[in-house]
Design a protein around this ligand. Structure first.
Ligand SMILES: C[S@@+](CC[C@H](N)C(=O)[O-])C[C@H]1O[C@@H](n2cnc3c(N)ncnc32)[C@H](O)[C@@H]1O
Length: 222
């Protein structure tokens, strides 16, 4: 995870500003009706001013080498798809697939959900992702989220992931940027060679990390 220079925003926003980003009222195809679709993160009301200052920054504080991205929701480069193949370990659930060819290193989308600290961690959530380890912040897409909540782990599906989680910064259009978890196409494949990207129609697969599966095994054995 990258480190950020800290500069407190002039006001403490609880939701990201839509700014100049174009947002459509449409829901993605196959979006489950019982889960609110988010176009912006949903911030916990108990997050401290310091925590919010890590997440919403002045554009001048964009870490070097990073870019401030514009995003449009719903995302047109991905497709939520029911898993019909019985050999797939998440058969009967959904996965996220590329609806266009995605180049190595390309930003795919950001992971949205309920942004919270340790005090509100839901130990039963399978959708909770670390957003800032230094400040104990995570984003949980179990009760609300966007397309990214449907990304499956590569284990049992493919020999290696084709995408990864990395910090990214979204341009809020008001001189501010917002730190989020982004999903990017892997640049380098398992063999160390440059990846070929993700062809149209292929499932987007990450590694949840061994910790996720170890914890799951431990829970099942209890
Ligand atoms: C973040 S969700 C992924 C989306 C999920 N398939 C859905 O339709 O909501 C994580 C859950 O997906 C399932 N899953 C994802 N990858 C898997 C894999 N490689 N093997 C088995 N189950 C997987 C597990 O049930 C896991 O708890």
């Amino acid at each position: 995870m990258q480190t950020n220079r800290k500069r407190a925003p002039s006001k403490t926003p609880r939701t990201g500003g839509a700014g100049s980003m174009k947002q459509s009222q449409q829901l993605p195809k196959n979006w489950p009706t019982h889960i609110p679709y988010l176009r912006l993160p949903s911030y916990s009301k108990v997050l401290t001013y310091e925590a919010m200052s890590v997440l919403v920054l002045a554009k001048a504080d964009l870490p070097s080498g990073e870019e401030a991205r514009q995003v449009v929701a719903p995302y047109s480069n991905v497709k939520i798809t029911p898993i019909g193949d019985e050999r797939h370990p998440a058969h009967g659930q959904y996965g996220l697939f590329a609806s266009q060819s995605l180049q190595p290193g390309a930003f795919i989308l950001s992971y949205l959900g309920y942004v919270h600290d340790h005090s509100e961690t839901d130990d039963n959530s399978d959708y909770d992702l670390s957003l800032d380890r230094d400040h104990g912040l995570s984003v949980d897409a179990s009760r609300s989220g966007n397309e990214a909540r449907f990304i499956n782990d590569y284990r049992g599906v493919s020999s290696a992931p084709n995408a990864e989680f990395k910090d990214t910064y979204i341009d809020l259009g008001n001189g501010k940027i917002e730190k989020r978890v982004g999903i990017f196409v892997l640049r380098v494949g398992k063999s160390g060679k440059n990846s070929r990207g993700i062809p149209k129609g292929q499932e987007i697969l990450v590694s949840y990390g061994k910790g996720f599966w170890n914890e799951r095994t431990a829970t099942q054995e209890m």
